[in-house]
Design a protein. Structure first.
Length: 402
């Protein structure tokens, strides 16, 4: 039996109304130093350079994912019956901790370390940290079981479907939360209807009732619009490219000694980053580091740091052979190092990926006759989306004319 708090804790939330915490282990995890660190990591990376209110954190998002999973495993009859108490607690812990390995400016940082945030997440959960001790003190083996959900290795695939699939609590929360804080109404969808229509097939496969297909279509379209209007906005990508270039320049010129701030040394010495060093890498500390780098003797580091601090972003244009050649020639003539001052980025987004051999990765619909169909075979809208022309965006980023 898992220990409960003397009274249920409630945290006000603009998306879900309240976050409800009944279990001591969840409350302890929330109050841990590692989880509190997520207050200092923005959710949306470079998008806050476009949408000025998008200052929300991975802390609030992680609480939101936990709340959706908590509701699913306690309020939806099919799922409540399909899981035992140990599985419910484990999947709630995994929902809360699924992003705990994120670093500042996450994707730019990952390009420097070469290590995904999921790897850091599992290390933080399992490598004898405060998080590990909280989980193990609650139930022996809970740390590994929690990490296994994040690694998609859980013995019960239903657990990781709730957190990481094409219809999961992670996407549901970040779409609604990001839409709220960016003011982009087309990112909204009917969460309550989706939750009401979730069911379990054979005790291990998450499905949606046929009557919930319209709500799922709305969710798919919300995801599609949010990617192209928010996550892939070219101004946000310009900001992130400058971060990439700055981290790359730091790594290229550093000897790993004292020529750069100690904060950045773990990023440039090409060794495995310790969790103690990783803990210190949040957006407050890195922003302070960038401020110090505005006085660095290297002109590239100094310039890129000023651009990050003052939002002096690169221009962008559609990539084409002729256009790119003209831009590169101009940059050379103006004395720019193209390694740091010319970048190309292509993004593409599939709002839904149909069944590809893994039942756990698709969205399945239980029709009124009891048959199970993959979503693209149950929705004309989704079928049209995945069989329509591919949509990608190939941009180049570069400084404006001097």
């Amino acid at each position: 039996m898992f220990r409960k708090l003397d009274e249920i804790k409630v945290l006000r939330d603009p998306v879900h109304g309240y976050i409800h915490v009944e279990l001591q282990v969840i409350w302890d995890l929330i109050n841990s130093s590692w989880f509190q660190r997520l207050r200092r990591i923005r959710q949306l990376g470079g998008a806050y350079m476009v949408y000025h209110c998008a200052e929300h954190s991975r802390f609030s998002h992680s609480l939101g994912v936990y709340e959706i999973v908590r509701r699913i495993v306690t309020e939806i009859g099919d799922i409540e019956k399909a899981l035992n108490e140990q599985e419910k607690v484990t999947v709630m812990a995994a929902a809360l901790l699924h992003d705990i390995g994120h670093g500042p400016y996450s994707h730019a940082l990952e390009s420097v370390t070469g290590v995904s945030h999921e790897v850091f997440t599992c290390r933080i959960i399992e490598e004898n940290t405060e998080i590990t001790r909280i989980l193990e003190n609650c139930s022996e083996g809970l740390a590994k079981d929690t990490a296994d959900i994040i690694r998609h290795r859980s013995a019960n695939p239903l657990l990781y479907q709730l957190i990481s699939s094409q219809l999961d609590a992670d996407r549901m929360d970040y779409l609604l939360r990001d839409a709220y804080f960016t003011g982009t109404k087309y990112g909204e969808f009917d969460l309550e209807r989706i939750l009401r229509t979730l069911r379990v097939e054979d005790g291990r496969l998450l499905v949606v009732k046929g009557s919930g297909v319209y709500a799922v279509e709305n969710y798919i379209m919300a995801r599609y619009h949010m990617y192209w209007q928010v996550y892939y906005h070219p101004t946000a990508r310009s900001y992130e490219y400058i971060l990439h270039a700055l981290f790359r320049r730091i790594r290229d010129i550093s000897s790993g000694e004292d020529d750069l701030l100690p904060l950045f040394r773990p990023l440039v010495n090409k060794k495995k980053i310790s969790l103690d060093d990783y803990f210190k890498l949040d957006e407050n500390s890195v922003s302070f580091g960038f401020e110090k780098l505005t006085e660095h003797p290297d002109p590239v580091i100094r310039d890129l740091s000023l651009r990050v601090r003052d939002r002096k972003l690169f221009a962008y244009a559609d990539s084409s052979p002729g256009g790119n050649r003209k831009i590169r020639n101009r940059l050379r003539n103006e004395g720019y190092d193209l390694k740091y001052y010319f970048g190309r980025d292509t993004v593409a987004q599939n709002p839904y990926i149909p069944y590809n051999g893994d039942h756990n990765e698709a969205i399945w619909v239980r029709m009124s006759d009891g048959s199970i169909r993959e979503l693209s075979n149950a929705s004309n809208i989704v079928y049209s989306l995945i069989h329509g022309p591919a949509h990608d965006d190939n941009k180049v980023f570069f400084p404006e004319d001097k």
